[in-house]
Design a protein around this ligand. Structure first.
Ligand SMILES: Nc1ncnc2c1ncn2[C@@H]1O[C@H](COP(=O)(O)OP(=O)(O)OP(=O)(O)O)[C@@H](O)[C@H]1O
Length: 350
């Protein structure tokens, strides 16, 4: 779909300020989920200079006054190739001309040598920047934004499927999560563009006349994601047009199923818990193997036990199941997991 189409608008268009259907689409989405990017807060956008984050910047810049956000931008120069400093400089110059506040952090290939190391560095820098903005009295708690799209989500789903994963893995790349995974402290990470495909972010950049800086590492076919993007998805799209978006929706539904499952498991666990830190064993024994394993896995996670692999979990679940004698196992983190006729318990070291 191109600019100008798109049916009824939630806001009238004025001569001085174009209101395209792209604005309308994101605006409507944000009105439907007002807790995602609350009005009056500070948004810290991770801006790579590529088409996805430039498209998100263009839309947020134009929607800013309707949602009363304060927009802050951050760019990480990974130091991966000789031109990366030039990209950072050009981006800084463009932001300056647009009166957009950009901060730049610079790294070297020694620190950000792999994809995973680069992501860890970016998230740590973003976390520190958000903290500095909060300390400097930023409006509302600062939320970090990345421009992941439906296309990224489809690629992630395919990679997870191929490597082997569970429900949590299939539903990954969520719309909102703590920036530092597994920590409820620190800023939230929000991905507002998960409903838009990469073709659409290219069209947004064109329609909003936004510059785009291409990252040469995106064409490096030694990187798994790039091969999925350039070799696998085009074949699937030619067989079943629109499959990337459908895969992204499926991933979203799986994440919702996973959240619902966790909520129901937590409810069941509350019914099984004793005054101490144990679980009643007879109701667990009466369950089929799958739900017993699910309850045990969640309970161990809540108790801070290091994740067990599928085989270890299966073995523990069978050991506390029907017709099995009392016993114990010593777990990797030093805890003792033990069970008698009526209880399953965990002793923490020291
Ligand atoms: N150098 C950078 N500076 C600032 N933000 C960046 C940079 N690189 C990526 N980002 C942010 O991360 C988003 C996703 O980029 P990309 O897909 O390259 O990351 P990734 O490493 O694959 O992350 P993930 O594995 O979480 O998908 C971008 O849209 C942008 O918001």
């Amino acid at each position: 779909m191109r600019a100008g189409s798109g049916g009824h608008s939630t806001r009238p268009m004025t001569a001085s300020e174009p209101w395209l259907h792209w604005h309308d689409r994101l605006h409507r989405q944000l009105l439907q989920t007002p807790t995602l990017l609350p009005q009056g807060t500070t948004l810290l956008l991770a801006l790579s200079g590529g088409q996805d984050s430039m498209a998100l910047l263009g839309l947020l810049r134009d929607l800013q006054k309707h949602h009363h956000w304060t927009l802050q931008l951050w760019h990480g120069d990974h130091g991966w190739h000789p031109g990366s400093a030039a990209v950072a400089d050009a981006l800084a110059q463009w932001c300056d001309q647009q009166a957009l506040p950009l901060r730049v952090s610079r790294s070297t290939a020694a620190i950000t040598g792999s994809e995973a190391a680069a992501r860890a560095w970016r998230y740590s820098e973003l976390s520190q920047t958000a903290q500095q903005l909060n300390e400097a009295g930023a409006a509302g708690a600062c939320t970090v934004l990345t421009a992941h799209t439906a296309s990224d989500r489809a690629e992630t789903l395919l990679m997870q499927l191929s490597r082997g994963t569970d429900l949590a893995g299939l539903g990954s790349l969520r719309q909102s999560r703590p920036l530092q995974a597994n920590s409820s402290h620190g800023p939230r990470l929000v991905r507002p563009l998960l409903d838009f495909t990469r073709d659409e972010t290219a069209a947004i950049c064109q329609d909003l006349h936004l510059p785009v800086w291409h990252d040469p590492s995106n064409s490096d076919l030694r990187i798994e994601r790039n091969r999925i993007r350039q070799e696998v998805l085009p074949v699937l799209e030619s067989l079943h047009a629109g499959c990337s978006r459908r895969m992204a929706w499926l991933s979203e539904r799986i994440s919702q199923v996973h959240d619902s499952q966790n909520a129901l498991v937590d409810l069941s666990l509350r019914g099984l818990q004793s005054a101490g830190n144990g679980l009643q064993r007879p109701p667990l024994q009466a369950l089929a193997a799958d739900p017993r394993r699910l309850l045990l896995q969640r309970w161990l996670q809540q108790q801070g036990v290091q994740p067990l692999n599928a085989r270890q979990l299966e073995e523990l679940s069978r050991a506390i199941g029907p017709q099995q004698p009392p016993g114990e196992r010593h777990l990797a983190g030093g805890q003792r997991f033990h069970w008698c006729r009526n209880w399953v318990q965990l002793d923490h070291r020291g």
